[in-house]
Design a protein around this ligand. Structure first.
Ligand code: AHN
Ligand code: ZN
Length: 338
């Protein structure tokens, strides 16, 4: 009897709840080996998709966030103040890096810590800069002008800000470090001379100069292009190489919440994104949730690195699918159930 009861408990939520109700029966006996704690459902706050949308809109309103520009500086100040207003400990990590163009970029990584004293920590990241040119083959005009990057940059940051807001409203027993990388998108996209190291200059700097020093989270999750209408997130290869368990758990959680059109069980080739350098240089296992539709000319959405990457491509349902899944990860991690 004992054996069967246990089997039922782990296999059916309905029966689990029914048994949990029979408290007088089991409180003194050893019929169940599942602790009271395991029976508690994890309470996860609701991700407010409209709030995340407004955070994307606000970034875009500054104009393109290209290093060495006034819009970049203004947006940085706003991001820092926003995180501070949610009670986080914010550190700016300024750096200089030489771009492939020969220009010296003045970058700033932004680190915002929730419960900096907590031992158990996770890393959530996105890039906050936007691309200096619209060099996709699909772009039609003004190719040498910077893009707004509503999806490419803005979306991930918008989702993270909303998560920070939720953490202040509903405390979680886990440390969360938000890292906004700068100068991710100032790389060389030429086919003739592909240069992976020209991308992700902020994350390369951070990975070599960790803030906080000696930082060792359990794992990291990078959000890149997580706001476009109809986005698909295949399991990207760098993520699957360095942190397959995290990847599979996050995808399962997203699917369990009903976001099956977004978190698809497909694989995609490797992307040189911030998580690559965090994995390779800092040796922190990190995955990338990145919008990557199947069978497109560029490998990314049609708006990628074009002037169409503006608020018109942003869909609150996509922001919510990612944001709610991230909240599920955080509050489950806090309950020791991720
Ligand atoms: C390259 O195109 C080499 N990496 C794509 C990383 C990226 C750019 N993510 C957003 N913009
Ligand atoms: Zn980009």
């Amino acid at each position: 009897m004992h054996f069967f009861k246990k089997l039922f408990i782990v296999s059916s939520t309905g029966i689990l709840l029914a048994l949990a109700g029979c408290k007088s029966d089991s409180s003194t006996s050893s019929t169940t080996q599942i602790s009271e704690e395991d029976l508690q459902p994890v309470a996860v706050p609701k991700f407010e998709r409209d709030s995340a949308f407004v955070f994307v809109e606000k970034q875009v309103a500054f104009g393109p966030r290209v290093p060495n520009t006034e819009a970049h500086k203004q947006c940085k100040n706003w991001l820092v103040e926003k995180f501070k207003s949610y009670g986080l400990k914010v550190t700016e990590q300024p750096f200089q890096a030489k771009a492939y163009t020969g220009k010296t970029l003045n970058g700033v990584n932004i680190i915002a810590q929730y419960k900096p004293e907590a031992a158990k920590r996770i890393l959530l990241a996105a890039h906050w800069d936007s691309r200096h040119i619209a060099d996709s083959p699909l772009n039609v005009d003004r190719s040498n002008e910077p893009i707004l990057g509503a999806d490419d940059g803005g979306s991930g940051v918008g989702v993270l800000l909303e998560i920070a807001r939720q953490l202040q409203a509903t405390p979680a027993d886990v440390g969360v470090d938000f890292v906004l990388f700068d100068a991710e998108d100032h790389g060389n996209d030429s086919d003739v001379n592909p240069d992976p190291e020209s991308w992700c200059l902020g994350s390369q700097h951070w990975a070599r100069n960790l803030v906080p020093a000696g930082y060792r989270p359990k794992y990291g999750i990078l959000l890149d292009m997580v706001g476009a209408k109809g986005a698909r997130f295949p399991k990207e290869e760098v993520s699957m190489t360095f942190a397959p368990q995290v990847m599979n758990k996050v995808w399962k959680l997203g699917q369990s919440l009903g976001y099956t059109n977004y978190f698809v069980n497909e694989t995609a080739g490797p992307v040189t994104d911030d998580h690559y350098f965090v994995n390779v240089i800092a040796k922190i296992p990190m995955i990338d949730i990145i919008g990557k539709p199947a069978n497109t000319q560029t490998g990314f959405g049609a708006h990628w690195h074009t002037h169409n990457d503006n608020m018109d491509v942003i869909d609150v349902r996509t922001l919510r699918a990612v944001g709610q899944t991230m909240l599920e990860v955080i509050y489950r991690e806090a309950a020791g159930r991720f």
